[in-house]
Design a protein around this ligand. Structure first.
Ligand code: PXP
Length: 253
């Protein structure tokens, strides 16, 4: 559905992840290309929010990028971070609109799989409390799994983001369908137990439609594909086309 006033998808926000603009910058050092400039362009092209993951090893986004995003952005910043004391201190200093707690392993190429909230509730609880007290909307990045959703709810975290990596990596056909069903079921279950539900990871034009069609999802976070597509058609055009795919998927049949 298209909001006639804003021209944007009703009820399904697009968060643009700018991490890999910083990956390209860091491949050479220096300041080009600038993820903050990308974030401002994304906002102009219709992004509802910007996501940036400050990793422990600072392989892409830097501390200075977070400070500049906080200073320059006029749309919400969603800071992704591991549950560590260092990251907590940074988040409490900057007080972004939202914080998404993600699992992090040094050797991984990207965030492989969701956070095991169910088995780390005692560890995670003080992070949730301090971030919530700072005014951040806390979310957790998890696999589409009821046990994990129950644990997120139990921690009084209001938002959950479902990892769509297994769905995107599955070959088109029955295996991808099975992964889609897991996500559909988890999103509906999240809605039932009162969690706002987001999704993301690995989404591109060919995989976003069925996910965007899940009406219990309110936000998709997309990065790597958009940055890659920007090489061919430009960043803003890639974002506009992604929004279009999301809108088409939301039009009732
Ligand atoms: N959501 C979360 C929580 C992420 O950590 C990431 C990036 O790893 C994304 C969404 C975006 O994934 P991608 O860059 O594959 O679109």
């Amino acid at each position: 559905m298209i909001d006639v006033q804003s021209g944007q998808t009703q009820c399904l926000r697009l968060g643009v992840n700018v991490d890999h603009v910083a990956t390209v910058r860091n491949a050479r050092g220096g300041i080009h290309p600038d993820p903050v400039r990308a974030a401002l362009l994304a906002a102009q092209a219709g992004a509802d929010g910007i996501t940036a993951h400050l990793r422990e090893d600072r392989r892409h986004i830097s501390d200075a990028d977070i400070a500049k995003l906080m200073a320059d952005l006029h749309i919400p910043l969603n800071l992704e971070m591991a549950a560590t004391e260092e990251m907590l201190t940074i988040a409490l200093r900057h007080r972004p609109h939202a914080v998404c707690i993600v699992p992090e392993k040094r050797q991984e190429r990207t965030t492989e799989g969701g956070l095991n909230v169910a088995d780390s509730q005692i560890y995670l609880s003080p992070f949730v409390r301090k971030l919530t007290e700072s005014g951040a909307r806390v979310s957790m990045f998890i696999e589409p799994d009821e046990r994990q959703l129950d644990a997120v709810k139990n921690l009084d975290v209001p938002v959950v983001e479902l990892h769509t990596g297994a769905y995107c990596d599955a070959p088109a056909g029955i295996l991808r369908e099975q992964q889609l069903e897991r996500i559909q079921h988890a999103a509906d279950y999240a809605d039932k137990i009162g969690l706002e539900c987001h999704a993301g990871h690995g989404l591109g034009y060919d995989t976003v439609g069925p996910i965007a069609a899940i009406t219990t999802l309110t936000e998709l976070n997309i990065g790597h594909f958009l940055i890659g597509e920007a090489i061919f058609i430009g960043f803003q055009e890639a974002i506009r086309r992604m929004r279009k795919e999301m809108e088409i998927a939301r039009i009732p049949a």
